[in-house]
Design a protein around this ligand. Structure first.
Ligand SMILES: NC(=O)c1ccc[n+]([C@@H]2O[C@H](COP(=O)([O-])OP(=O)(O)OC[C@H]3O[C@@H](n4cnc5c(N)ncnc54)[C@H](O)[C@@H]3O)[C@@H](O)[C@H]2O)c1
Length: 466
């Protein structure tokens, strides 16, 4: 199959004048900051011109946040915006022409749909998950996929803070009682959180945010993580999960879903916890063995639990969606006192949606304009520092290819008439990505380089930015 996503735009680019050398306002990726810098950061950078930005077509579905729409429009791209997802046939029609598509969780980008996307360069998942996209197929046709895994960390941390206090004061139960007319003013087994110990399992983006917030309420924070991480504030890392469980009044889970974290809290771990401790899980549903939690609560070992995630979750909102049909312990769980159940809303805030819009739109713009794939979920992560304004005749070659021996030799041979100023190549499974900045290139060279690269047998897609 001849995959050449930007050929039409490229052909138009052949007739366009060079970029006037506007100053790039794209944020510098943190990864870039780790690279050695030849030039001072204040030096003006050249905006690369892949093609006329007005020709760049972006399809945004599922009411992607306005922050993203604004960023794409500022870039000069053509934006087609829909509040909902599209029926499959309509999506196939639309995806034929666009260079980028932005979706959330409802739009399924299967191989069957993606095979119609002849100009597609990049997919933005304006959400956390990416399992709605056939990532391998996208990579095989040279389409990078980006998401936003960490924009909602603060929202989750704040929800957990609310749950710590709610569990300690049995707020869920008091509220349900009063909704049904029962006045039940009690103080027994209701506690302040000041001076209590919070045990954080997984000290990543969410766990560490939470640590700071909890300390500001006067809590002591212990954390357990499989890697050694510098503590924030006066939090302390412990070396075993058991140590954390023995010492914590509240245990909150912030680990990814992996084979190692499946049932990370089960009967032996509940037994190791302090009597009357509380459990909070806003990570992934498989991390807590819920039947064992139910038993530990019934035995009085655990005084309360807040769960935001479940092994099986309903596909859509609606009455009766959360029932024994989905998870056979549901009715037992909902009948327990001091159990707060929320429908996976940890990261669901307006602020998080807006941050997701900004993060994904910047990642897509950076990939479209400069070829930088850092943060992509299905692609080799490649980056080069930006070109400077005075690098007049420099071209950035973006060559996505099959990960087979001998490709670099062939490509460098094609580029060998020019000075390769810098080059970066990486692979991910069967896909590899080469980025090279070559100097002293004139307009006719660009066409020749493109044509020669296009003939290479391992080519998946090519873009030349200048
Ligand atoms: N409820 C929600 O709406 C919501 C929203 C966002 C994220 N999440 C979930 O929260 C969890 C944490 O997210 P994050 O952004 O903080 O992730 P992160 O990758 O930043 O941090 C995870 C931490 O867990 C540690 N870890 C991994 N395996 C471990 C193990 N076996 N024992 C102890 N520590 C381990 C890692 O070293 C890392 O420090 C993820 O599962 C994510 O899917 C839920």
């Amino acid at each position: 199959m001849d995959i050449n996503p930007l050929q039409d735009s490229f052909q138009r680019a052949m007739n366009l004048s060079r970029s006037p050398g506007a100053v790039s306002t794209s944020p510098t990726q943190s990864f870039m900051n780790t690279l050695p810098r030849r030039l001072s950061v204040s030096k003006q950078q050249k905006a690369l011109k892949p093609f006329s930005t007005g020709d760049m077509r972006i399809l945004l579905l599922e009411n992607v946040n306005q922050t993203a729409v604004d960023i794409f429009k500022d870039q000069g791209y053509q934006v087609e915006f829909y509040k909902s997802s599209l029926p499959e046939e309509e999506l196939i029609e639309k995806i034929k022409d666009v260079h980028a598509i932005g979706i959330r969780s409802k739009t399924k980008l299967t191989a069957n749909i993606l095979k119609h996307a002849k100009n597609l360069v990049v997919i933005g998942c304006f959400c956390i998950g990416t399992n709605q996209v056939d990532l391998d197929y996208a990579a095989s046709i040279g389409v990078a996929v980006f998401n936003s895994p960490f924009s909602n960390s603060r929202s989750v941390a704040e929800l957990v803070i609310a749950e710590i206090i709610s569990l300690a004061r049995q707020l869920g139960d008091r509220s349900i009682e009063l909704h049904t007319g029962t006045w039940n003013k009690v103080s027994q087994k209701c506690w302040e959180v000041r001076g209590k110990t919070l045990g954080v399992v997984g000290y990543g983006h969410i766990g560490s945010q939470l640590s700071v917030l909890a300390e500001s309420m006067g809590m002591h924070v212990l954390y357990y993580d499989i890697v050694t991480i510098m503590a924030l504030g006066t939090a302390k890392q412990v070396s075993t999960l058991d140590e954390l469980l023995n010492k914590s009044d509240f245990v909150t889970l912030h680990v990814p879903e992996t084979p190692e974290t499946k049932n990370l809290l089960s009967a032996p771990q509940f037994a190791a916890m302090k009597d009357g401790a509380y459990v909070i899980n806003a990570s992934r549903g498989t991390v807590v063995d819920i039947p064992s939690l139910i038993q530990a609560m019934k035995a009085g070992k655990i005084a309360g639990a807040a769960l935001d995630v479940y092994p099986n979750e309903p596909a859509k909102n609606g009455a009766d969606a959360f029932s024994d049909k989905l998870n056979n312990w549901t009715s037992e769980l909902v009948s327990l006192p001091n159990v707060i159940l929320t429908p996976h809303i940890g990261g669901s805030t307006e602020e998080a949606q807006s941050a997701i819009g900004i993060e994904v739109a910047h990642a897509l713009s950076k990939y479209i304009n400069e070829g930088i794939s850092v943060g992509s979920v299905n692609f080799p992560e490649v980056s080069l520092r930006s070109l400077d304004l005075d690098q007049e005749n420099t071209v950035r070659v973006l060559y996505i290819h099959k990960n087979v021996p001998g490709v670099l030799k062939t490509v460098n041979n094609i580029l060998s008439n020019h000075n390769i100023e810098k080059q970066f190549s990486d692979s991910c499974g069967e896909i590899a990505y080469l980025m090279a900045d070559i100097s002293d290139v004139n307009q006719s060279d660009i066409k020749q380089i493109y044509d020669e690269l296009d003939k290479t047998s391992s080519k998946i897609s090519i873009r030349l930015l200048y």
